[in-house]
Design a protein. Structure first.
Length: 225
């Protein structure tokens, strides 16, 4: 079992513990439905029970932890229906953002997006999936910023942890390292060309494909061995 123990550099212990726990859930170190026992987490993380409780409350607000009756905190399970709702929201908002980004004069935004996309490709090539996740999040932050859609981005940001968990599943599927960046390149090219409709269609198509992959992954996750 990998060590979760927190070292003691610049960040606060609470922030470090939160980062470690979030990563452990996204990496499936803790499985959906698994109990999160405070005393065990104190030992694994090397922090106090007060910090562990604060971390669990924060993760519950992100949708990664749920309180399940007498069992206490458990790793939240994302149902297929919940995932499809998330992808519907993403498709609508990202399509809108891509269109607005292209129509606002997209060359500067396209350059920034291209840089993020190039880093995504490099991360895939190096098999650094944590970097793929981080740079993909940055790609979408730049997309909404280029579109001037601060409110829409705040809505997407409220779902960040759940989106990241789903994305952590889909990026591992066969050929996604080629298919995903290719679809994202279509978004960037349409923005660079100032073609709002094409940008929206490309963004929506990318989300639709991710939705299909997530559905299959979630169904496989819940199937008995």
């Amino acid at each position: 079992m990998q060590s979760l123990k927190v070292e003691r550099p610049d960040k606060t212990l609470r922030t470090l513990a939160l980062d470690r726990m979030r990563d452990a859930i996204l990496d499936s170190h803790f499985k959906p439905g698994e109990r999160l026992i405070e005393r065990d987490l104190c030992t694994q993380l090397g922090v106090s029970r007060t910090i562990v409780r604060e971390v669990l409350r924060h993760l519950e607000s992100e949708g990664l932890v749920a309180t399940s009756g007498l069992r206490g905190p458990v790793v939240a399970t994302t149902t297929t229906d919940q995932a499809m709702q998330i992808y519907e929201i993403r498709g609508a908002l990202e399509g809108m953002a891509a269109k607005a980004c292209a129509e606002r004069g997209g060359e500067a935004a396209a350059q920034a997006l291209q840089g993020a996309l190039d880093r995504i490709r490099k991360a895939y090539a190096a098999r650094k999936l944590d970097r793929v996740l981080a740079e993909t999040s940055e790609f979408y932050r730049l997309l909404f910023a280029g579109a001037g859609q601060e409110i829409a981005w705040s809505i997407v940001s409220s779902l960040t942890a759940r989106i990241t968990r789903l994305r952590a599943m889909t990026i591992k599927t066969p050929h996604r390292d080629v298919e995903g960046p290719r679809q994202m390149q279509q978004i960037v090219d349409a923005i660079r060309n100032g073609d709002g409709e094409a940008a929206a269609q490309a963004a929506e198509a990318h989300v639709a494909r991710a939705s299909q992959l997530a559905r299959a992954a979630l169904q496989a996750e819940t199937e008995p061995n």
